[in-house]
Design a protein around this ligand. Structure first.
Ligand code: SF4
Length: 163
């Protein structure tokens, strides 16, 4: 007789890590942080057609203290960079960053003195979504990939937990 057959109905076996990661990936709250044209595509991801609430993340927060996902949607000017960094620092751990679009990831077509050539120069990026602009489907694909990353995170020894 296998172990599963000995356990009475209604009992679920899991590790704390699996339960915590399952909860985190299903309730990631994004911080509203649209910077340029990519933000329009991000906003439409939250609308009825694409319905991001299917992923447990329709609650876009206005405060970094209530958010654990920063979607950098659009180009980051050098003037905005310290503000973005401060807002990221104010988000509680664990937290994740999606770089949405060519401008956020590498400056895009704006290879000039005013634009930061990649948001990963100031904050750690977990997922890069390519495109100019990426369609909502691409952002959702990036979100699904982020959920897979969250699923593999370790509770112990994870630098995100202790940072
Ligand atoms: S990647 Fe394209 S759509 Fe997005 S902010 Fe840059 S120019 Fe605008």
């Amino acid at each position: 007789m296998g172990l599963e057959e000995k356990i009475p109905d209604g009992i679920i076996l899991a590790t704390a890590e699996k339960v915590v990661n399952w909860a985190r990936k299903r309730s990631t709250w994004p911080f509203g942080f649209g910077l340029a044209c990519c933000a329009i595509e991000m906003m439409s991801s939250f609308g009825p057609k694409y319905d991001l609430s299917r992923f447990g993340m329709e609650v876009m927060r206005a405060s970094p203290r209530q958010a654990d996902l920063m979607i950098v949607a659009g180009r980051v000017s050098n003037k905005m960079a310290p503000v973005l960094k401060r807002l990221y620092d104010q988000m509680p751990n664990p937290k994740w960053v999606i770089s949405m679009g060519a401008c956020a990831s590498c400056g895009g077509i704006f290879n000039n003195y005013a634009i930061l050539q990649g948001v990963d120069k100031i904050v750690p990026v977990d997922i890069y979504v390519p495109g100019c602009p990426p369609r909502p489907e691409q952002l959702i694909d990036g979100i699904v990939k982020l959920q897979k990353l969250i699923d593999q995170e370790k509770l112990k020894g994870d630098s995100r937990q202790s940072a």
